[in-house]
Design a protein around this ligand. Structure first.
Ligand SMILES: C[S@@+](CC[C@H](N)C(=O)[O-])C[C@H]1O[C@@H](n2cnc3c(N)ncnc32)[C@H](O)[C@@H]1O
Length: 336
């Protein structure tokens, strides 16, 4: 079949290309402080902004052109103001950052890692520090209001809290602020994320009550004194790393012996979308599922999760189906 000429496609496809560039521009503008400044002040001068932040003037102007090309800002010369899509792009900035900064390498090597011959054993180098940075904000948009509602309803005050895959440490630090007599543990494999977590704990004045440990949460030692007294366990945006199913059952049931005093386990994660048309996928689902499929990481559905808990020794107390950006869900579990 020959290619059909469609004059409208030229402009539409150019906009797709501009949007791909804008994804990087959104994450850079956020990290450089431009999005916050625009949100707070309603406008900026590109040259002043570049000079104040020691940025190259012409490259900074190009960055704002990329944002203007897709109506995220309006630009007149060097003057920039929020455009029609600014508020929504500002709200969802962390998903762009996750895509074009933290996970950029996955998309760069896509043709290589899809090949059968390259599927076993190769680990794609994502940027752990950038992912931790974005996840703070992803958490604020996609999980925190629901998470804190579950915490507010707890019928006990935990003596100890532990966050598995703690990233930048925001959850464990906030829990320690909420519970001034509690001790906390944050565990993550990414040492760059743990460095952020330690800085954050010190800034919040809770560093004397928290220990951040480098390690794989699927290999925690049973019987360690450090884990005694942990009554509230949390794990956000990394539960999918525990799959496939047999491993997930083993690890979840292992948590019961590693944390013998645990009373509640709050687990929140994005899950695989089911039955949604490709065009109707929520903002983050497409990138999240494609990146993980490409990396060979299993992403469970909500039903997949529900089918492992009992076998792993946990009962589900409550389920919050959030479904904002990537079929997010929070399970509140207790030992059976
Ligand atoms: C998407 S981030 C989420 C960070 C944090 N939970 C939050 O809510 O902001 C996932 C984190 O889990 C960590 N992680 C993934 N697999 C892990 C494992 N097996 N053991 C420890 N940390 C792990 C990653 O290094 C990363 O920091």
């Amino acid at each position: 079949m020959g290619m059909v000429e469609n004059p409208e496609a030229t402009g539409a496809v150019a906009r797709i290309h501009h949007a791909a560039v804008a994804a990087s521009a959104i994450s850079a503008a956020w990290e450089l402080g431009a999005l916050d400044l625009l949100a707070e002040s309603g406008g900026l001068d590109v040259e002043e902004f570049a000079d104040r932040n020691a940025l190259d003037r012409s490259a900074t102007l190009s960055l704002f052109r990329a944002l203007a090309a897709v109506d995220i800002v309006e630009r007149s010369g060097t003057k920039v103001a929020p455009g029609v899509y600014f508020a929504e792009a500002y709200r969802t900035r962390s998903f762009f950052h996750w895509l074009s900064r933290g996970s950029a390498e996955v998309f760069r090597v896509l043709p290589e890692i899809l090949r059968q011959e390259n599927r076993s054993g190769a680990v794609v180098g994502r940027d752990d520090a950038a992912i931790a940075f974005a996840c703070d904000e992803i958490s604020a948009v996609s999980y925190d209001p629901w998470f804190w509602r579950v915490v507010a309803r707890l019928d006990f005050i935990p003596a100890g809290v532990a966050d598995l895959g703690c990233g930048s440490g925001q959850r464990v630090v906030e829990m320690l602020r909420r519970y001034p007599n509690a001790r906390g543990i944050g565990i993550d494999v990414a040492t760059s994320a743990l460095a952020m977590a330690r800085t954050r704990a010190a800034a919040a004045g809770v560093d004397h009550r928290v220990a951040f440990r480098a390690g794989d949460v699927t290999r925690l030692e049973t019987g360690a004194a450090t884990f005694r007294g942990v009554e509230l366990l949390t794990c956000f945006m990394m539960g999918h790393d525990l799959w496939p199913r047999p491993r997930c059952v083993e690890v979840l049931s292992g948590f019961r012996s590693v944390f013998p005093d645990v009373r509640r386990f709050i687990l929140g994660d994005a899950t695989r979308t089911v039955g949604v048309a490709d065009r109707d996928l929520p903002i983050f689902a497409l990138a999240f599922e494609l990146a993980h499929d490409a990396m060979g990481a299993f992403i469970p559905t909500i039903e997949d999760w529900q089918a492992v808990f009992a076998e792993a020794g946990w009962s589900v107390r409550t389920t919050q189906e959030i479904r904002i950006a990537a079929n997010e869900v929070i399970f509140e579990l207790e030992p059976r």
